[in-house]
Design a protein around this ligand. Structure first.
Ligand SMILES: C[S@@+](CC[C@H](N)C(=O)[O-])C[C@H]1O[C@@H](n2cnc3c(N)ncnc32)[C@H](O)[C@@H]1O
Length: 259
């Protein structure tokens, strides 16, 4: 399906410098949240401390998820497999508390994971989708060529097939064209695009509470969704603002808007 992008001038993107929980509480609801929280594995962020005590980190993840499901119909969370069990317990509690909530476990797999001579290497990153059970999905928007199409089988569905819950997208490493070298980690734009396309229509707002390099905004800009980014690091905010011509709303402001 071809989506004609809305012109950039009409997309009211926002970037807010601040803590995601504090900022998000004051924001209106959106159609979708895409969240890639820090992994708490000691990555070298500019300001942010990525090595908090495990219990503190897990409790904070729980607070995030609780707020996210109140603020969007569909929430995607990309997280480190190290936290699968702790996160599973949080989701289990949420499902008991909210009968309207549905959880869909997905996974990103990649060929060039971290190699380990002594044990199995790491070639995957879990991806969780939490959804209000009445929130619409748009699977026709993410169809991909089917095996039959690729092999010239006349029985092939000309629309292609809706992909499964295994997302095969490479990690964004040093020599990737997508790479922004001023930030230690970023997600593949195609992965974020698939999630957003499945969850929203053109013009519907997407929030990313952990902007990082602004991957979600780059994707939203391309496919015509207004995006709100939140990021606690001022330097990262300034990089994103410069790339997307977002203007600070006054000296020392926390809000950057599309002009
Ligand atoms: C894993 S990175 C996100 C990368 C992003 N998905 C991308 O593709 O560029 C997490 C980001 O969240 C930011 N961050 C950490 N804690 C935060 C908080 N409480 N509120 C807002 N941003 C936070 C970090 O500074 C970091 O840039």
């Amino acid at each position: 399906m071809i989506i004609m992008p809305t012109s950039r001038a009409t997309l009211a993107h926002k970037l807010i410098h601040g803590d995601c929980l504090e900022v998000l509480r004051a924001l209106d609801e959106a159609s979708c949240i895409f969240a890639d929280p820090p992994d708490n594995i000691g990555l070298g962020y500019n300001e942010f401390n990525d090595r908090r005590p495990d219990d503190t980190y897990v409790a904070w993840l729980g607070d995030c998820l609780r707020l996210f499901i109140q603020k969007a119909n569909i929430v995607w969370v990309s997280y480190n497999a190290k936290w699968s069990f702790a996160l599973g317990m949080i989701v289990d509690d949420l499902l008991r508390e909210h009968k309207w909530l549905e959880a869909k476990p997905c996974v990103q797999v990649y060929t060039f994971g971290q190699h380990n001579h002594h044990d199995l290497g790491n070639n995957h990153r879990p991806l969780l989708r939490l959804r209000r059970d009445d929130a619409p999905l748009y699977p026709d928007a993410i169809r991909v060529p089917s095996w039959r199409q690729l092999n010239g089988d006349r029985r092939a569905d000309s629309r292609g097939r809706v992909p499964g819950d295994v997302f095969d997208f490479p990690r964004v490493t040093g020599n990737s064209k997508q790479r922004r070298r001023w930030h230690p980690t970023q997600l593949n734009e195609d992965l974020v695009e698939r999630c957003v396309m499945l969850s929203t229509l053109e013009g519907q707002r997407v929030i990313d509470p952990f902007a990082g390099t602004g991957t979600t905004l780059r994707v939203c800009d391309r496919i015509g969704r207004p995006c709100t980014l939140i990021e606690c690091d001022r330097t990262y905010c300034e990089h994103i603002a410069a790339e997307h011509h977002l203007k600070p709303q006054g000296p020392g402001t926390k809000l950057f808007l599309a002009s």
